[in-house]
Write a new protein. Structure first.
Length: 307
């Protein structure tokens, strides 16, 4: 979209697949820094991979742009981390606010048992309780190959007004199927979730059980803005599928690197990092600020409903 020149130099993007295994992420990052002498590391689909790489960014003074992982603590792991995805507290607090305003008094929480899930559970429950709501139970499922049947039975027995869910992108369709099979929707238990659960990329495969699900997230392919309409059209032409929050995190991450290279005239290390801090721009998701102090993303969170 913007050519392959930035900061007066030719840009080369080197893509490596870490298969979501933190030890592999760390090893690949080490090789990219030492052998390829990259000016920035970017990507990081899951929190453990981001945390495993943070010490390498610190030691080598290499800016590290986190495009997907969403545990709040990641930016504290290295002064060289910049985030263009989101944080679970941003999404969870917004949804808890919405829930108590919409006659949802009693809730059970269900999260994947790792960093972001623990974040989502903590911040949702705290805000829910602060607003006078009740959290009846806090359930967790393993990150790898979860079986939702036992926890869904517990939810049914507790009979809350709603079930709050955080699962990593990719587990939403399987969960929805089991939620429907166990008749929780028919039992009058509303499903509210962070946006990963109704991922744009997988929504069409979920069937009618997804109808009416309310989620909080920083992006939707349906976001109504000229910038997003242009982004969605270009993305679908290139990839033949709908962009999701991973797509926008990657797109904005590349923009942050590109703009910083231009502003710093192709600098490395601290000078490149400083050019990333404080960037303010219109993203397909809406207005975005990279906070200069925390290097974290400041953005709008939207309440979305599947129709």
């Amino acid at each position: 979209q913007n050519g392959n020149k930035a900061g007066g130099k030719t840009v080369e993007v080197i893509v490596k697949d870490d298969a979501g295994i933190p030890d592999t992420t760390r090893r690949l990052a080490q090789e990219l820094v030492v052998n390829d002498k990259v000016v920035a590391l970017a990507g990081f689909g899951i929190t453990p991979s981001a945390l495993a790489t943070a010490p390498i960014a610190t030691q080598s003074k290499t800016p590290m742009v986190v495009m997907a992982a969403a545990t709040s603590a990641i930016t504290a792991a290295s002064p060289y981390v910049v985030r263009t995805s989101f944080t679970l507290p941003q999404a969870a607090v917004g949804l808890a606010e919405w829930a108590t305003k919409n006659k949802i008094g009693k809730v059970v929480t269900l999260v994947a048992d790792y960093g972001p899930g623990n974040d989502a559970e903590k911040y949702f429950a705290e805000r829910m309780t602060l607003n006078g709501g009740k959290v009846l139970d806090k359930l967790r499922t393993p990150l790898r190959s979860p079986d939702f049947a036992p926890v869904l039975q517990k939810v049914r027995d507790a009979a809350p007004d709603a079930l709050f869910v955080f699962l990593p992108s990719g587990q939403g369709a399987q969960f929805m199927k089991q939620f429907g099979e166990r008749g929780l929707d028919k039992a009058g238990i509303r499903l509210i979730a962070t946006g990963d659960v109704t991922d744009d990329d997988q929504l069409n495969d979920m069937g009618d059980v997804a109808l009416g699900v309310v989620s909080s997230h920083h992006y939707s392919a349906a976001h109504d803005s000229p910038a997003n309409k242009k982004f969605v059209a270009a993305f679908e032409a290139a990839n033949k599928f709908r962009p999701n929050f991973m797509a926008v995190g990657g797109y904005d991450g590349m923009r942050v690197i590109y703009n910083a290279l231009n502003a710093s005239k192709g600098a490395r290390g601290e000078a490149l990092l400083n050019a990333m801090k404080g960037q303010l721009f219109e993203s397909p998701r809406g207005p975005v600020l990279i906070d200069a102090q925390t290097r974290d993303i400041v953005q709008d969170i939207y309440i979305r409903k599947v129709e």
